[in-house]
Design a protein around this ligand. Structure first.
Ligand code: HEM
Ligand SMILES: [Cu+2]
Length: 589
């Protein structure tokens, strides 16, 4: 097997425009500075995958539960994890919060900085990394001590220890450190380059960070105003409905904070891997601005069954949720077009025959493309979940974890895995050791998640609840009457496949990280793609759509106003009529 990464498919005799990168990165002369920037990025990415490794090792135990097999009574396991629910909390927090935020913080710091050719203060960047890691350590300590088995949603009145909430607050605050550094760098660039169009990758990154700022305000308010003082005993009771509402202000939009960084890889880099071109840069910019404007004010679709919320607002949030389908479909069509463009340039033809002419031997391409394919049923299921008519059927059933494992568990996780196959070589000068194994890990993970989704959606429809240790219930007859044999089998099998695929991935990943540096990472370029329709460089001559999508700060302010408009009328009546509940630690009983 070759020791270098399969190239970003470049072929000399291609139609004009193909194969050549659209953008060459501004070169960095100061080697020590570049090493420090790459170092902090690698630290974020590697920490992310360590968290994912632990989270992923717990997943199969949960899948076995949904196969009807209880492994949590095992004495050895009990030494590490006290209960199914502690395992579940660790799994959800490490995978969905820690892995994602660490990866994204490295990825979306590094890309815009290199894209703009700006110099940042790397001491500040390392400081932010240290703060984020401190937050992680505090949170993890509380979780491992079984002091905060409150599940991924942190729903009060279930009460975790102060350590958990303080750690989580520090963790989120650190993301603002990265956010601030990126937005500041971009504004500096704007000042030095008046009248210029922001380059695409930077535009996507800044739009995503601003969206996250608006999104995180809910969780930050919940944590600082409610959870921390309550866990410290300063306030005796807590209003569960207000806490839930603030949680979902952040809780839905956070999925775009995970997805949009993956979209950067889909839009800006995947065409290059496939030998194709970005269909339209102005359209990409529009998609990101639509997420910035409309990604946050939709959270009530998680609260259809909660009392004391006017139904009109639930319906408004539902319709706004459906509106997010627009940028999602823009993404689906644009990325498919870019792939077809690449395949036809590779000599592919026919209605679907071109698919064979895609670089299926390249693990980066395979991981990202499979992640996108699994996102088609994932996204469609999201529309079902958000519909007030269907929500009562699927709410709090196994359907829901079935749904989000083919969104965050694939579209996000597999994309980040696949990106690491070129990003680590680029950052550390350590080539991907075993491309074939890397490719197989992605196929197995993909089929694992598809089987998992089938098994869990199926069980959910039959009425099996989520977040329930159903393998250890007092009345197993209830479940026996549901005819669960086949979906249970599929779920258990998927857990084993995911364990195998996951271990293959981590073997390749850590072998790469711990190998010796053999080349200058700069030889492996960031895979910028050419475009069929570029945004241009000067605002004066750019299209109206490009000019409209350029002022991201103003658009972000508009986004914030929209969120306040759809949230304040919901929150104000709750605040003037508070219902306090005392804390509970159910997992201790
Ligand atoms: C080996 C792969 C994985 C397996 C077998 C697996 C399995 C499961 C199962 C069975 C549940 C449902 C448990 C319940 O409702 O009681 C669950 C929950 C969850 N999983 Fe995974 N999972 C895997 C990977 C991932 C990944 C990669 C992510 C995200 C990046 C993720 C995020 C979550 C979250 C957020 C929950 C919900 C936790 C909660 O309800 O509090 N999982 N997982
Ligand atoms: Cu949602």
């Amino acid at each position: 097997m070759t020791t270098t990464l399969p190239p970003h498919a470049v072929n000399a005799d291609r139609p004009a425009g193909h194969g050549a990168p659209a953008r060459t990165m501004p070169a960095v002369q100061d080697k020590a500075y570049l090493a420090s920037l790459k170092g902090v990025t690698a630290a974020y990415v590697i920490t992310a995958f360590v968290a994912l490794l632990i989270g992923v090792l717990i997943g199969p135990l949960q899948a076995l539960n949904y196969a009807g097999i209880n492994v949590y009574d095992n004495h050895l396991l009990k030494l590490l994890v006290k209960s199914y629910y502690q395992g579940l909390t660790l799994h959800g927090v490490l995978n969905a919060l820690v892995f994602t935020q660490f990866f994204i913080s490295g990825w979306m710091l590094y890309l815009p900085v290199r894209d703009l050719g700006m110099r940042i203060n790397t001491k500040f960047a390392w400081g932010t990394y240290a703060v984020m890691t401190t937050g992680l350590v505090l949170t993890a300590a509380a979780l491992l001590l079984n002091d905060a088995t409150v599940l991924y949603t942190l729903y009060p009145p279930m009460q975790g220890s102060p350590l958990f909430y303080i750690g989580a607050s520090i963790f989120v605050a650190a993301s603002w450190g990265v956010l601030g550094q990126v937005v500041y760098t971009w504004l500096q660039w704007k000042r030095q380059n008046p009248g210029k169009v922001t380059p695409l990758v930077t535009h996507m990154s800044v739009a995503t960070w601003l969206m996250w700022f608006i999104a995180s305000l809910g969780l930050v308010t919940e944590a600082l105003v409610m959870l921390v003082p309550w866990s410290l005993g300063i306030t005796k009771t807590i209003d569960p409905l207000i806490a839930r509402t603030l949680f979902w202000w952040t809780g839905h939009a956070i999925v775009y904070f995970w997805l949009l960084p993956a979209y950067i890889a889909w839009y800006a880099f995947l065409p290059r891997h496939a030998g194709g071109r970005v269909a339209s840069e102005p359209l990409v910019r529009l998609a990101f601005v639509l997420f910035l404007l409309n990604g946050v004010g939709v959270g009530l679709h998680h609260q259809f069954s909660n009392p004391n919320i006017n139904n009109t607002w639930k319906i408004i949030h539902m319709l706004l949720t459906f509106l997010v389908v627009v940028p999602s479909l823009l993404t689906a069509f644009s990325t498919a077009a870019a792939l077809e463009d690449g395949a036809r340039a590779n000599g592919g033809g026919g209605f679907v025959g071109w698919i064979r002419h895609l670089p299926w031997q390249n693990p980066v391409f395979v991981g990202i493309t499979l992640s996108m394919i699994s996102f088609i049923p994932g996204g469609a299921g999201g529309v079902v979940n958000a519909s007030q008519a269907f929500a009562p059927v699927v709410h709090n059933t196994a359907w829901i974890p079935g749904h989000f494992h083919i969104t965050v568990g694939t579209a996000v996780t597999m994309t980040f895995m696949a990106v690491s196959f070129w990003l680590i070589p680029h950052l550390l000068g350590k080539p991907l050791p075993n491309p074939k194994l890397a490719r197989w890990s992605q196929w197995i993970w993909f089929w694992g998640m598809i089987l998992f989704a089938v098994g869990m959606h199926w069980q959910g429809i039959l009425g099996v609840p989520r977040r329930a240790q159903i393998s250890a219930v007092a009345q197993p007859e209830v479940y026996e009457a549901m005819h669960l044999a086949l979906p249970r089998f599929l779920t258990g099998l998927s857990g084993i496949l995911l364990l195998i695929g996951g271990l293959m991935f981590f073997y390749v990943f850590f072998k790469m990280v711990f190998s010796r540096r053999v080349q200058d990472g700069e030889e492996i370029e960031i895979p910028y793609s050419p475009s069929i329709s570029a945004a241009g460089e000067d605002l004066a001559t750019a299209s109206p759509l490009v000019r409209l999508t350029e002022p991201l700060l103003a658009l972000g302010a508009l986004g914030l106003i929209i969120v306040l408009m759809v949230y304040l009328p919901v929150l104000l009546p709750m605040v003037t009529n508070m219902q306090g509940a005392p804390g509970q630690m159910l997992w201790r009983n």
